[in-house]
Design a binder for this molecule. Structure first.
Ligand code: UT7
Length: 329
């Protein structure tokens, strides 16, 4: 059987930091409110386009694995921050990398886009369509944030991360996953102003207004991530104690604490980045995984659980087995 090993990893975080104190200079909010309700202290704001953020993370992932871009067969650009609808963003990354032989596709399931992309890349390697795939999670939310709305403006940040998958005979990479969508709740997280229906209404790009029912999203996120995690663990015949690390989507520290409690895992097992990057949507989980590896929290052959949720409301849980290498080539 063929598996899809994670052989390369890289991230790109823009250097500009937006703190809670900065936000309280133009919004009716406070560091105390944001920290106590979300666990967030600061987030990043990009000065470069999304394709550049994505390409930098992608180039680092390829370098980490020592793969020549010309040998790359598939690029998956996961996120909802596209520079244009046509051409797609993955083709922009392809040009930047010089990956002349690759196929290129965008995938948008909001905050879970990287995780869904990981499933697609893994499946295409397992089925023999490609021998390798670069999966990217990238967001440039600052460009379409509703900066007058304190309900959402304090929660999000920009960033990117990428993982290279390569065919392997060893059981590694994604070993079990659950993907789902609570479509009946699709209206509780909506960015108004981008898309064909708004063009028909004569709205210019950038006139965005967010519909955001925080409490409902919170409840569905806890339920969805918890149930998906349990299903994946039991399907794989793995006990939570066998999982070395949980690397969840990070939209709110309280959501993460609830999911860890439901799964029966201590918070020491969870890798957190929410305090320093906020919610970077699809970039959140892969950035956290890259940092967990860089900080030595991932050991060879570790089992890693990655639950996530996002607009749609999409949700997912992935159980990964890390490979033998935890350092870049
Ligand atoms: O990746 C998917 C993205 N979405 C999410 O993950 C969202 C999930 N939801 C959440 O994380 C939480 O629901 C929030 C952090 C968004 C809000 O926390 P909450 O504990 O559910 O607060 P709340 O919505 O019940 O609001 C409590 C109060 C309200 O004031 P009143 O009505 O009690 O007077 C809000 O108007 O806090 C007020 N409030 C704020 N105050 C200061 C809302 N946003 C802010 C703010 N600063 N930024």
């Amino acid at each position: 059987m063929t598996f899809a090993a994670i052989t390369g990893w890289g991230k790109c975080l823009p250097p500009a930091v937006l703190t809670n104190a900065d936000l309280s200079t133009f919004l009716d909010t406070s560091d105390e409110w944001i920290v106590s309700r979300t666990g967030m202290r600061e987030r990043r704001v990009s000065h470069v386009p999304a394709i550049q953020l994505a390409s930098t993370a992608a180039a680092r992932a390829l370098a980490c694995a020592g793969l020549d871009p010309a040998a790359l067969e598939l690029i998956i650009y996961g996120g909802c921050s596209n520079e244009e609808l046509v051409p797609n963003s993955a083709s922009g990354v392809q040009i930047e990398l010089g990956a002349t032989r690759a196929a290129a596709m965008d995938i948008n399931t909001a905050c879970t886009s990287f995780m869904y992309g990981l499933s697609i890349g893994t499946s295409m390697i397992r089925s023999g369509v490609v021998k390798n795939a670069l999966v990217i999670g990238v967001e440039l939310i600052s460009q379409y944030m509703d900066w007058d709305n304190r309900n959402v403006a304090v929660l999000f940040g920009d960033g990117a991360a990428a993982m290279l998958l390569e065919a392997s005979d060893t059981e590694t990479g994604v070993i079990r996953e659950k993907l789902q969508c609570y479509a009946d709740a699709r209206q509780i997280l909506r960015v108004r102003g981008i898309g064909t229906q708004y063009a028909l209404q004569g709205l210019d790009f950038g006139q965005t207004r967010w519909d955001f029912d925080g409490q409902e999203i919170f409840k569905k996120a806890v339920r969805g991530m918890s149930e998906a995690s349990i299903e994946v663990l039991s399907g794989a015949g793995v006990a939570i104690d066998d999982v070395a690390l949980i690397v969840p989507h990070q939209a709110n520290l309280r959501i993460i604490e609830s999911v860890a409690k439901y799964a029966g895992a201590p918070m020491e097992k969870v890798h957190l980045t929410v305090h320093k990057y906020g919610n970077m949507s699809s970039a959140t989980a892969p950035v956290a995984l890259v940092e967990a590896v860089e900080e030595g929290r991932v050991k060879p052959r570790d089992l890693i659980l990655m639950p996530a949720f996002g607009g749609g409301l999409t949700l997912s849980a992935h159980l990964l087995r890390w490979g033998d290498r935890v350092t870049p080539l």
